[in-house]
Design a protein around this ligand. Structure first.
Ligand SMILES: Nc1nc2c(ncn2[C@@H]2O[C@H](COP(=O)(O)OP(=O)(O)O)[C@@H](O)[C@H]2O)c(=O)[nH]1
Ligand SMILES: [Mg+2]
Length: 232
């Protein structure tokens, strides 16, 4: 299955058009070696088509938002991103899909070695929210038991078109014991935080001494996140 995957260049937008990386660069071997391989964490983006997965990744990686769809993008690719958590460099290898978003069409291989997972819905699309339960059951079936999961209600900037209340997202996340926040790939709201919180959790999991307090992703996120501003 992994032959199918196309390695993306560091710092690239994670975009593959017709199987060709936009950057057409090669993995920079030297740079790769600098990192403790133990600290590379596979993080995957999951959710219905159109919820903003690629936009979220582009915003996190390049701090920009390109309106319009990334529909030309096909396949699965990853973007490497190194973040600093309290002085420790944590490397996230963030995988994005396109065209695989239909329920059950993502293969087991995509989930298998994922350590973290960002599950997105679109606050302007009730159906994308209703599908979250199905996504969660697929995740429970395919992903590792200890995968770090964060539910994201994206497009929080689109207040006029909102169809899903923030409370409903919060409740769903609580019912399933996962962290939650609303994000906007357009304005950048909470985008950095979503990935940083994941990185922090992964780092803590790995480096925590038995007597150290356990890191609680949900608590951390609740402290740090910004409210989307409006009544919801
Ligand atoms: N207003 C708004 N539009 C967004 C946001 N994120 C994505 N979009 C738009 O939603 C559409 C689908 O985004 P895309 O990233 O391709 O979704 P994907 O299929 O999940 O990868 C595009 O037209 C984006 O410009 C957001 O946070 N706010
Ligand atoms: Mg996409």
């Amino acid at each position: 299955m992994s032959d199918h995957y196309i390695k993306m260049v560091q710092g690239g937008g994670g975009m593959i058009v017709n199987g060709i990386s936009h950057k057409e660069g090669m993995m920079e071997e030297e740079e790769e070696k600098e990192f403790d391989q133990q600290m590379i964490h596979k993080t995957i983006l999951v959710g219905d088509s159109g919820v903003g997965k690629t936009s979220l990744l582009v915003q996190f990686d390049q701090h920009k938002f390109q309106p319009g769809s990334f529909s030309a993008t096909v396949g699965i690719g990853f973007t490497n991103k190194v973040v600093d958590v309290d002085g420790t460099k944590v490397k996230l290898q963030i995988w994005d899909t396109a065209g695989q978003e239909r329920f059950r069409s993502i293969t087991r291989a995509y989930y298998r070695d994922a350590q973290a997972l960002l599950l997105l819905y679109d606050i302007t699309s009730k159906s994308s929210f209703d599908n979250i339960r199905a996504w969660l059951s697929e995740i429970r079936e395919y992903a590792q038991d200890d995968v770090v999961i964060m539910l994201l209600g994206n497009k929080a900037d689109s207040t006029q078109e909102r169809r899903v209340r923030r409370e409903d997202g919060e409740k769903l996340a609580k019912d399933h014991g996962v962290a939650f926040m609303e994000t906007s790939a357009k304005t950048g709201m909470n985008v950095e935080l979503a990935f940083m919180a994941i990185a922090r959790d992964l780092k803590n999991k790995q480096t925590r001494n038995p007597n150290d307090p356990k890191f609680c992703l949900e608590e951390y996120v609740d402290q740090e996140k910004q409210k989307s501003g409006c009544c919801g």
